[in-house]
Design a protein around this ligand. Structure first.
Ligand code: M6R
Length: 369
């Protein structure tokens, strides 16, 4: 049931706020995270591990890449990411102190399932973050944290992505509790901000028509580039994947710092570029760096559409169009910045008269290798 929407994808994008709030539900108590499904791993387990490897494919991979920044910062543990189909065909470094986390909406992706089996056979414990109760991957893992995004029907994953980041952030904060790497006040503050995200997502969703206008501005594009830094980088990759997948437009995401190492050669007059811009309030130097990246591509004729924080006037003189998201703290930004990119792909696909929910050549769950 599309609930009055033209496509499942359109409906599922509007369900992002519930995907986050339902995944948080019952897991925050008195300013701390409770994840009782992790108890099976043993009392001291999370103090003993020395590395986390995340395995996934497609959009799930990008949710892992997004959350890795926060987990490393909060829990002081190295997090490496690996595409499941690459992981299993080399000799990955795994010991009994490695936690292997698999991410899968369907829980049936064959490459991810085989990678989980490989990890278990080599002595690692496996944690599944999955949206489908009782699917093969959670059944074959040592522990599971379910995302509660509800059924996702459209081939293009949207609300499952934000639910996965939510579950990974809860896990990262749980790990910080267990390893005493953050104070209880720091954790409580982060959880307070986390709980405002569904409301802030609703504010972004209310601007759907504005994003639709911006999409039409790029309707004749043959190629669209996406740039970001830090968590904006995997968001750029995810935005590009959505556009390829449902609008059949060539799209590529880059870490903005890579521009000078090659991709800037692609910029010619009229080239549309999305830039994911972090808040200028954050205590890091990312904002001025990205502004200078924008100046570099603008000088070569790029048409820049920036996804910014509301009120960030510093960037406006340098861009052609801007879409503003509500302010939030550093690690929660990607949960807001991704939504306009999802809507943008939806609207370009619709404008081209394509089947939004069933793109050519693709299946919702990839159960073959
Ligand atoms: O069910 P899974 O999360 O394991 O699926 C992984 C990918 O196949 C999936 O995210 C795919 O990339 C989506 N169609 C992207 O929108």
């Amino acid at each position: 049931d599309k609930g009055g929407w033209d496509s499942f994808m359109a409906k599922e994008i509007t369900e992002n706020p519930e995907a986050v709030s339902n995944t948080l539900m019952g897991r925050i108590q008195d300013g701390a995270v409770t994840l009782s499904s992790l108890d099976v791993l043993g009392e001291n387990y999370f103090r003993e591990i020395d590395r986390i490897t995340v395995i996934a494919c497609g959009t799930a991979f990008y949710s892992g890449q997004t959350a890795a920044y926060a987990i490393e910062r909060w829990a002081g543990i190295p997090v490496t990411l690996e595409l499941a189909h690459e992981f299993r065909y080399r000799t990955p470094f795994i010991t009994d102190r490695t936690l292997v986390i698999s991410l899968s909406q369907s829980g049936e992706t064959m490459d991810t399932l085989m990678a989980v089996r490989y990890a278990r056979e080599h002595g690692a414990k496996t944690l599944s973050i999955c949206n489908t109760q009782g699917a093969s991957i959670p059944r074959e893992s040592d522990a599971v944290v379910y995302t509660h995004a509800g059924p996702e029907v459209a081939v293009a994953s949207t609300k499952a992505f934000t639910a996965q980041i939510t579950a990974l952030y809860l896990f990262g904060l749980y790990l910080a509790q267990e390893r005493s790497t953050l104070s209880s006040d720091e954790i409580a503050d982060l959880l307070d901000e986390f709980q405002t995200i569904p409301e802030k997502m609703r504010a972004v969703l209310e601007e759907h028509d504005r994003i639709k206008e911006l999409a039409h501005w790029m309707a004749d594009a043959r190629s669209v580039l996406y740039l970001g830094r830090s968590t904006g980088f995997p968001i750029a990759l995810e935005g590009a994947l959505k556009l390829k997948e449902i609008a059949y437009i060539h799209a590529e995401g880059f870490a903005a710092g890579e521009l000078k190492h090659g991709p800037i050669a692609l910029i010619e007059p009229g080239q549309p570029v999305f830039v994911i811009v972090p808040s200028p309030r954050h205590d890091d130097s990312l904002h001025p760096k990205i502004v200078s990246n924008i100046q570099e591509i603008r000088a070569r004729g790029a048409r820049v559409l920036a996804v910014i924080e509301g009120g960030d006037a510093t960037v406006l003189p340098y861009v052609d169009e801007a879409f503003a998201c509500p302010p939030t703290s550093e690690f929660f930004e990607p949960l807001l910045r991704v939504i306009p990119l999802q809507i943008f792909a939806l609207e370009l696909s619709t404008a081209k008269g394509l089947d939004v929910d069933q793109p050519r050549n693709l299946a919702k769950s990839v159960t073959v290798e």
